[in-house]
Write a protein that binds this ligand. Structure first.
Ligand code: SF4
Length: 433
């Protein structure tokens, strides 16, 4: 039987989908990118915030309308969080896979479909050999699952449980296998990469993990995403300084800058600490900084918001994402009163987004005239030497891209080097000679 996957939510969920393809393959299911060809369509959902939940439900409803004769399965975080309610209310789904262990989906699906469980051990691939659903040349490597930080607005610990780090040997073996098959960029991901190892080794060991990965020979990038800024591992800096393959790109979700708001979010930092961190990383590593802001948290006053805007101007982030507060049952902030309301939250989101555009553009424009290494992701018009890719300063799927002009043919999933001729909006124009 053929199956297709629709992956929603974050990069960690994409790794889940990739691991599911190994588990399904081991039971004899064949993967297809084309839902029209599939017998079964699996929606790997997100259950993090209201808008994500709605998107996941709508995906099932739309697929049911489009494919009335196919089996529609709901998996992922939303399924895990609301399995009972969904089984009772979402009749459009033929099954709700509530386990967060991707390796169980194969046998489970056989039971749901009432078919014999076949076993194809050669298809039960180790993480480093799994099918990748990322852009060409890039792979996400999940270094831990779950989170023990308990930010008051967040439902993820309720869904994925407390922090569970993978052994350094397992992660570096996966990286070695990925590099061995030609992957050029490893993006290390977790709910909070900065806490890596705390559960397993009793201390934060992200720098040791990075060191182990950098022992692998080859020309590749290592990028670390999702670092909680309140416990940033400064031990990363000397490791990164010694090896240019470690991309000095830091995704630090500050969420806010007002101390009152950060404390209400159960966070320990503040505007001064965060600015100091940014300055240290830029001075030491000429780092690129991405962050995320949360607007409309209960108790957020206009003065708190002004503090955030002021911080945003001083921080001059390279990339920024923003969300409005979603009241999540079970999260510590659920009972908090005095919410500014959706309209105000959306207005504040719009103001930070508008304020960020020129900042991001100017941060990119300073690269004009410099030679940049890019990863080629797509042939747009190879005949005329036009390709799309990504510079080192941009993470996959969330940041801008590189428009690449090359007189010689370029291959997707490989590196190229070229002169930055301009910054256009959030993208760089690169001319390869
Ligand atoms: S660090 Fe905070 S926001 Fe991120 S997953 Fe953990 S609890 Fe949620």
């Amino acid at each position: 039987m053929k199956y297709a996957l629709e992956t929603l939510g974050c990069a960690k969920n994409q790794v889940e989908s990739e691991l599911m393809t190994s588990a399904l393959g081991a039971c004899g299911f064949l993967y297809t990118e084309n839902a029209g060809e599939a017998d079964v369509i699996i929606v790997n959902s997100c259950g993090f915030i209201e808008s994500a939940k709605r998107q996941s439900i709508n995906a099932v409803l739309e697929l049911r309308k489009e494919h009335p004769d196919k089996k529609i399965i709901l998996a992922g975080c939303l399924a895990a969080r609301y399995a009972k309610e969904l089984r009772e209310s979402l009749s459009e789904a033929d099954g709700v896979f509530e386990s967060l262990n991707a390796s169980e989906i194969g046998p489970w699906l056989c039971d749901i479909l009432g078919i014999e469980k076949n076993d194809f051990p050669s298809e039960r691939l180790p993480p480093g050999e799994r099918r990748l659903l990322s852009p060409a040349g890039s792979a996400y490597v999940r270094i831990s699952d779950g989170c023990s930080n308990r930010c008051s607005f967040c439902a993820i610990p309720l869904i994925r449980g407390g922090l569970r780090s993978r052994p350094i040997e397992d992660v570096s073996a996966e990286c070695r296998a990925l590099i061995g098959r030609g992957v050029k960029e490893l993006c290390l991901i977790a709910q909070d990469s900065a806490s890596f190892g705390l559960d397993l080794y009793g201390e934060r060991r992200l720098a040791d993990l990075l060191r182990a990965i950098l022992e692998i020979e080859g020309d590749f990038w290592v990028r670390i995403l999702y670092l909680h800024p309140d416990h940033f591992p400064y031990s990363l800096i000397p490791v990164m300084r010694q090896d240019a393959r470690a991309v000095p790109y830091f995704d630090l979700p500050f969420q806010h800058a007002s101390q009152k708001m950060l404390r209400a979010m159960n966070r320990k930092g503040g505007a001064k600490e965060y600015l100091d961190l940014i300055n240290i990383l830029r001075n030491e590593l000429d780092a690129v900084i991405r962050s995320t802001f949360l607007l409309g948290f209960p108790g957020e006053s206009e003065a708190d918001f002004e503090e955030l805007l002021d911080f945003q101007l001083k921080a001059r982030l390279d990339w920024m994402g923003s969300f409005t507060y979603s009241r999540e049952e079970g999260s510590p902030s659920f009972a908090l009163k005095n919410r500014p309301g959706k309209k105000t939250a959306l207005e504040r989101k719009q103001r930070v987004d508008e304020a960020q555009s020129p900042i991001t553009h100017n941060r990119l424009a300073r690269l004009t005239g410099s030679v940049q290494q890019v990863i080629v992701e797509e042939e747009t018009d190879a005949e005329n030497g036009l390709y799309i890719g990504r510079p080192r300063c941009a993470a996959p799927e969330v940041d801008g891209c590189a428009v690449i002009y090359s007189p010689k043919p370029l291959k997707n999933g490989t590196f190229a080097k070229g002169l930055t001729t301009a910054a256009a909006g959030f993208d760089l124009q690169i001319r390869v000679s």
